[in-house]
Design a protein around this ligand. Structure first.
Ligand code: FAD
Length: 634
């Protein structure tokens, strides 16, 4: 056996796959609980999606409005998710987010301040009060910088104690995991992957694995996501025997760049609207006033004058409709463009230049100013931007226990964007960064407790599984008839066109037929060259993950005969209370296909239901559910 053929071997207590906010917070927790922990990431350390987060992290610290509280944050999150959220996750998230933000400052983060020195909080769509703690429009950078700094400080502690910086916490960067390994009893025993640079295989033995691999955006043509978001964690979990829930709910962020073509999809942060930016069509109309849905009427301004007054006096005025939840704004933009009132390059106009002085725009939105100047030669202090919807975030993901982040597979945990349930049918801006920290910490603690309970009995990696994983990884070198780039590009275009922002039964069926065909084509994907530095090979391996994820999205999109949050069916345009209590669950069937079933959404506890007016609940719940709510407590 040559050196390249012989896999490298490592043994840990906990393996965290993903070095974004969720993965790093999970690793810190596991390490602080005394476990030998490895963090693995596909890209460079520090280059996870989390670093791209701009607007901020949502937490009800009440610094900008003391009426804010976890209860108000919980309410907003449930409304944003159209009541399909896992209520326990939404509760824990709202309660624990402020602690996680303050904790970050103890790690060395420095958020923007109010004049009296408190952490400043900004407005964002769907949040009743200014709630997003931020560092200009580079909040994710500060979050990742701080978590990495904490990792380094833990490594320095280990060096002092053991003489080795990596004795209890090691980062493996540019290493892709392709399979989760299990022992005979179906319990997690490790993971298999390869170094991207050398192509050398690596086998990790560990009783607990935390998936923190982020999103799936690269399955769609127009996306704000970068190259590594190919749904690996979703597919790894599925193949390992865990369930994916709510995969039909994909967030199309309303404002991505639309021009020039090379940057189409890159995000334009919601902070532009939070800080006063308005959306206009080609007739110059501020069209969002025409798109306030009934469930939100009463919370949003009826006139431009009232909307503008809200920025200065939120107590006595209603919010501008530009700050409706993202799904509403994305659909409105889509309609305006379809009706022929779009901008020259197929978007609408987002204007902050006539709303704020130039120096304030460059102070509050430095990255946006730079991004448009450099990429589109547009000066946002003097002219409007052109924007349109872009695939941004997946609400669906691995089904987990709210308190421990455990999946159905013993030893497998998931946190962050890869996990499902928390955001229901639509995520509010800023609620991801807080989700990462709250549930990253819980996943680290959950995995630590699991490992502690195992004692000395460690599940063993089966060598036949290593051999199979090696075979699968090498298969593209033996096939030759399909080019991975062509297959990927066709799949992305079809997903965009057929299972995108507006869905129709016939088109989703067409997408499923396309995926059947892709199944065969992906088996024939072949690559040239050798294992070192071979991006075509990497994509060939990612394709099987994207295929699995796309199938879950399409199957669930076909099944859900209603429109809710990030799932819009043109043939079923309204929300149906009968569907509110239904999660669609995907698992692998006996022959390796995807099976879909319906499962009840966990019930909302009575004390949480009582946080809402009955009239509001009546918009979402069935008569039966309402009657239960009205029953006197026994
Ligand atoms: P990520 O940060 O996405 O990290 C995933 C990690 O997994 C990476 O390290 C990756 O290399 C690794 N990985 C993936 N697959 C594998 C594999 N097979 N093997 C090994 N490693 C693997 N949310 C907010 O709350 N506020 C915002 O202001 C905001 N702005 C955003 C702006 C942009 C441009 C984007 C794209 C997103 C934004 N979001 C925002 C969403 C938020 O940033 C993400 O949802 C969040 O960062 C996801 O974090 P995560 O820890 O789950 O995963």
């Amino acid at each position: 056996m040559t050196d390249l053929e012989r896999p490298e071997r490592h043994e840990y207590d906990v393996i965290v796959i993903g070095a974004g906010g969720a993965g790093l917070r999970a690793a810190i927790e596991a390490r602080e609980q005394g476990l030998r922990t490895a963090v693995i990431c596909k890209s460079l350390f520090g280059k996870a999606h989390t670093v791209m987060a701009e607007g901020g992290i949502a937490a009800s610290m009440g610094n900008a409005n003391e009426k804010d509280s976890w209860q108000v944050h919980f309410r907003d999150t449930m409304r944003g998710g159209k009541f399909l959220n896992n209520p326990r996750m939404a509760e824990l998230h709202a309660k624990e987010a402020p602690q996680r933000v303050w904790e970050l400052e103890t790690y060395g983060a420095l958020f923007d301040r109010t004049p009296d020195g408190r952490i400043s909080q900004r407005n964002f769509g769907g949040h009743e009060y200014p709630r997003l703690a931020h560092v200009g429009d580079r909040t994710g950078l500060e979050l990742i910088r701080t978590l990495q700094q904490k990792i380094v400080s833990l490594q320095q502690d280990d060096h002092r104690e053991t003489g080795d910086h990596e004795s209890r916490l090691r980062v493996f960067a540019e290493l892709t995991i392709t399979d989760i390994l299990k022992d005979e009893g179906g319990v997690v025993s490790g993971a298999f992957g390869y170094w991207r640079e050398s192509g050398k295989f690596v086998v990790f033995s560990a009783p607990a694995i935390i998936l923190a691999t982020g999103g799936i955006g690269k399955s769609f043509k127009v996306t704000s996501n970068s190259w590594e978001y190919t749904g690996d964690g979703h597919a790894l979990a599925l193949r390992a025997g865990a369930a994916l829930i709510n995969m039909e709910f994909i967030q199309f962020h309303p404002t991505g760049m639309v021009w020039p073509p090379s940057v189409k999809g890159i995000l334009v942060t919601e902070s532009v609207r939070g800080d006063g930016g308005v959306l206009r069509n080609s007739d110059g109309n501020r069209f969002m006033f025409d798109y306030v849905p009934d469930v939100f009427r009463g919370q949003y301004a009826d006139s431009e004058e009232e909307a503008d007054r809200w920025y200065k006096d939120p107590e006595n005025n209603k919010r501008p409709p530009e700050l409706l939840p993202r799904d509403e704004v994305a659909r409105a933009i889509n309609s305006e463009v379809k009706e022929g009132r779009g901008s020259p390059h197929g978007g609408v106009f987002l204007d902050v230049s006539t709303r704020l002085p130039a120096e304030e725009i460059t102070r509050r939105l430095p990255s946006m100013h730079h991004q448009f100047k450099e990429l589109a030669d547009v000066d946002i202090t003097a002219e409007p931007m052109e924007v349109g919807p872009t695939c941004h975030y997946v609400m669906g993901g691995v089904e987990v226990d709210a308190d421990t982040a455990a999946t159905a597979v013993p030893g497998l945990y998931a946190a962050g964007e890869v996990a499902g349930g928390m955001h229901g049918s639509n995520r509010l801006g800023g609620n991801s960064l807080s989700d990462l920290l709250v549930f990253g910490r819980r996943a680290g603690a959950g995995a630590a407790a699991y490992v502690a309970a195992l004692g000395d009995s460690r599940p063993a990696v089966r060598e036949e599984d290593v051999a199979t994983a090696t075979e699968v990884a090498l298969a593209p070198f033996r096939a030759a008839s399909e080019n991975p780039y062509t297959v990927h590009s066709e799949m992305q275009q079809k997903m965009n066109d057929l299972v995108g922002i507006i869905r129709r039964e016939g088109e989703v069926r067409e997408a499923l037929e396309m995926l059947d065909e892709m199944d065969e084509r992906v088996k024939r994907v072949g690559v040239q060259g050798k294992r070192p530095f071979n991006p075509g090979w990497h994509l060939a391996l990612d394709l099987r993950n994207m295929l699995a994820v796309c199938r879950c999205v399409a199957l669930a999109a076909l099944e859900r005969n209603e429109s809710r949050g990030g799932h819009t069916r043109e043939d079923f345009p309204t929300m149906d209370p009968q569907w509110r209590g239904v999660n669609l669950v995907c698992t692998i069937d006996e022959v390796g296909g995807v099976a879909l079933r319906r499962q009840p959404v966990p019930e909302i506890r009575q004390d949480l239901l009582e946080l809402f007016e009955r009239s509001e609940l009546a918009k979402y719940l069935t008569g039966e559910e309402l009657a239960r709510r009205d029953e006197p407590a026994v």
